[in-house]
Design a protein around this ligand. Sequence first.
Ligand SMILES: [Zn+2]
Length: 258
Amino acid sequence: MTDAHSAPKPSDDVHEWFGLSYGTHAVLPRVLMQSMPAAWQQQFVALMVQFEDAFDHVEQPSAYSVQAASQHLVNELLPDQLNSIGYTVDERDYDQMPEGLSVRAIAEWEDDHPTHYYDADGNEVDGSSYVYVPAPDPLPSYSRGRTYIEPRLSGCAHCPDGHAAPTSRPWGVYVADERDGDGQPTYLRVGPSDGAHVAQSDADWLWQLIRDSEQLQANARRWSAVSDTIERAYRKGYDVDPHELRDQLGDLWQGGDE
Ligand SMILES: [Zn+2]
């Protein structure tokens, strides 16, 4: 038998990763794990092998049964739903409640006549405890390792301390070899000119730069139209029409609306 208290726990990291949940196990879908980048999979497998070796001497269940489910408070479910998972309900019978009670007296009567819930083994359970109702699993089959679901990665699996900031590297761009049906190039290839690897965060950064520059150009066109309007009015000795300025500035307009 294992001594569970022979040494202090080395870290709270795993405990904190579980957060406030009462989960006793981590369940990770195989179809998603096999979709992670190669470097992540290598690290994961190495850690799993290490973990299995470390507790090889500890008796554990030979298997677990995992079922997709939704989690509910017992007292949120209808009797039919509870019956479907083997629970029984001994419902508060409002026909027994005396008539003409005040709101406060009704609350007291309800406290004295609680609804009782029993699990599949006949043990009474608290109405505010959690229960799992089997549900369809929205994930596809791992299909012998073939299914791939594209992950959205903000970090970089190669760089445990964080992927280098894109602005810390030189970037190059050229017209790529791909051609459309008319023989015209259709792609630009962008990459660090020092040969460093890239991550999704680099693509996000570049996309943001393109959108920002489109926004800057649109803003510049608006300011140019505004300055034309002001100049035209000045030459003709007119007052500038604020409504016209506001229309030209669009969402850049910061003045109070009337
Ligand atoms: Zn990286």
